[in-house]
Design a binder for this molecule. Sequence first.
Ligand code: NAP
Length: 339
Amino acid sequence: MLRRERAPKAIILPNNERPTMKAIRIHQSGDPSVMKLEDVPDPTPAAGQVLIIVHAIGVNPVDTYIRGGIYGQRDLPYTPGFDAAGVVEAAGTGVKHFKAGDRVYIAGSVSGAYAQKALCLEHQAHPLPKHISLAQGAALGVPYATAYRAMFISGKAKPAETVLVHGASGGVGTAAVQLARAAGLVVFGTAGTEQGRKLVAEQGAHHVLDHHDPDYLKRLMDLTGGAGVDLILEMLANVNLGKDLTILAKFGRVVVIGSRGPVEIDARNTMGRDADIRGMTLMNADEKELRSIHAALIAGLENRTLNPIIGKEMPLAEAPRAHEEVMKSGAYGKIVLVP
Ligand code: NAP
């Protein structure tokens, strides 16, 4: 006979007995030392939320701008970070696509990614193909979605076009080279170190240049037979935008992904080319667009044309050092924190 079970009474523990986890907390904006590893209460998923046990966290330059208080004001204190990968611990009511035990990557988080556990909305979680490691999963959210949106949505890249990934050795750049190569573009990529250039070539760039070589843009023009490139994905517009406009093909587009200061351009260089300069921030992508971007990325992971590169893994407690490293030159794929 079926017996109606009484719902168990919720046991509410006093604050000092609640289970805790480690998380990086920021109580005031400032240099990397403002990030402290602290004990905080374990999060629980509300309706529509997914709780994951975090195995790896992606460190993005934007995390440093927010920490420093120069971009995207946050209520203090907070746990930083958008990108992570791990295993679902629990799903809140109404969650349809995830259950405990699923391997996922998250692109965005409600509670912050720099922690042992993280809450996200259901649409911020994505299934991670089996052959992709959890560290690689942490490299997907901001870098791959940015590269995809810049190349195909803002930049309107088409097969057989030429693309210059200006800064191809880091998180966004390696993703862009892989995406462009898989889509049938002719790919030029730059890096500032020997090791970085080797990495860019391994990701599929047809031509690799050194952005510190005084003659590299002349070489690029020679390699395109004097025509210039159809599309430039620009990681450091404050240094390069003026020069970019001189190496664009007719009807060419520059998509500004990164810029760390003002820059002077000669607007005359846009005229004869009918050139476009397009700013782009991933933050402007809505839920529908993000769903479409991540569907494309997962397809690329599944067919093995996309394969995130992890340059360094560091313990979560070393988040301050990771923030210093991600702002240094000599990029090599992605820096990942391990809780
Ligand atoms: P990252 O991993 O630190 O990589 C930085 C890249 O910039 C490296 O390839 C680096 O090459 C390159 N670089 C350095 N000096 C350069 C120069 N003079 N010319 C061309 N490239 C140069 O950073 P990331 O995650 O790839 O992000 C790249 C930029 O995009 C950052 O500024 C970031 O803030 C921005 N971003 C914007 C969005 C958005 O939504 N708009 C999203 C993500 C990232 P070497 O180290 O080999 O010299």
